[in-house]
Design a protein around this ligand. Structure first.
Ligand SMILES: [Zn+2]
Length: 333
């Protein structure tokens, strides 16, 4: 695979391609953005293109450099990854020792620091020293989830490129074209993957269909039902934080779907106007509350508590009588 075959990320790729064509590469790049959108893949394909003998802004896939890159066996490629959750100072010193020598095969050496947000303090300081006076011909690519987890002095020495979430159709395209998934399954998974290929691959192994059924049961739950079936669901959901968040995302997809259905209905289709208005209010409220729960889970709130709270709120929404939910919702915002 070459640089131009990377999915999405038009802007950062264009910046890198132009720099390669003009022969004006920065000595350090920082790729940031959410997990699973292709930052590491881009770093490797960028390195391959820079090291390729052809030098036309992409890799040729045929020269000896490209073949060595395919097997990640290029003497002028260094990839540093966390050991036991951290990048240690010794790993940075090893890089430093290599920089004493010129690149072995061509004019450039590429150093990729994967998960650079895991540099520990000593390693960060050692890296900063290198970036302050980088020996010529060495190009660093730091791959990190966010800038804020790095020393500001390191960030300021890098050209920063942001890799945002992919579009749903890009994720779907990857699943269908590269992995040969059937379209319907790919579409379903892509819609829930929040623009992340790795999330899509994880979701691919999960019972999405069962989750959707479960979400529909919650949305269709009658006003008179007691809260216990919801609480049972909460305890089934709460085993794992990440999975709970995925199931909530699934619920939100169903809420969105239901809102679209409501909007498409003709006035006479579903009874008196106030009943429909109430249904829409209910859905909007559920949308908002489930979004808040996802945020709370991201902030590490106890999963069981968060889910019980959400489901009690859902029950209140379903059972509260004449009061206008929408007005209450506006007041709360
Ligand atoms: Zn090549």
């Amino acid at each position: 695979m070459s640089f131009r075959e990377i999915i999405g990320h038009r802007r950062p790729l264009e910046i890198l391609r132009k720099a390669m064509l003009r022969g004006r590469l920065a000595h350090a790049y920082l790729f940031t953005g959410p997990d699973g959108v292709g930052k590491r893949t881009t770093a490797l394909k960028f390195a391959k293109a820079v090291l390729c003998g052809k030098g036309d802004g992409d890799s040729c896939g045929e020269c000896s450099s490209c073949l060595k890159m395919e097997s990640l066996n290029h003497p002028d490629l260094l990839v540093v990854e966390p050991r036991g959750g951290q990048i240690l100072v010794d790993q940075v010193r090893e890089v430093q020792d290599r920089l004493l020598f010129r690149p072995l095969e061509g004019e450039a050496r590429m150093i990729i620091l994967d998960s650079a947000h895991n540099l520990n303090p000593q390693a960060s300081n050692a890296l900063l020293k290198i970036l302050e006076e980088p020996p010529r011909g060495n190009i660093f690519v730091l791959v990190a989830s966010s800038e804020s987890s790095l020393l500001p002095t390191i960030v300021s020495r890098c050209q920063r490129l942001y890799f945002g979430p992919l579009m749903d159709h890009e994720v779907m395209g990857f699943l269908v074209k590269r992995l040969g998934w059937e379209e319907e399954r790919a579409r379903e998974v892509a819609r829930q993957a929040r623009g992340s290929i790795s999330a899509a691959l994880e979701l691919g192994d999960k019972p999405l269909r069962a989750w959707k059924e479960e979400a529909r049961r919650i949305l269709e739950m009658g006003r008179d039902e007691k809260s216990s079936p919801l609480l049972n669901l909460a305890s089934a959901w709460s085993k794992e934080r990440k999975e709970t968040m995925e199931r909530l995302e699934c619920l939100r997809m169903e809420i969105r779907e239901a809102l679209v259905q409501e909007a498409r209905r003709r006035p006479t289709d579903s009874g008196p106007r106030e009943i429909r208005a109430r249904r829409v209010e209910e859905l909007l409220w559920m949308w908002r509350e489930s979004g808040k729960t996802i945020q709370a889970l991201e902030r590490n709130m106890n999963v069981q508590l968060a889910m019980e709270e959400l489901l009690i709120r859902f029950h209140e929404i379903k059972s509260s009588g004449k009061r206008s939910l929408y007005l209450t919702w506006i007041r709360r915002s």
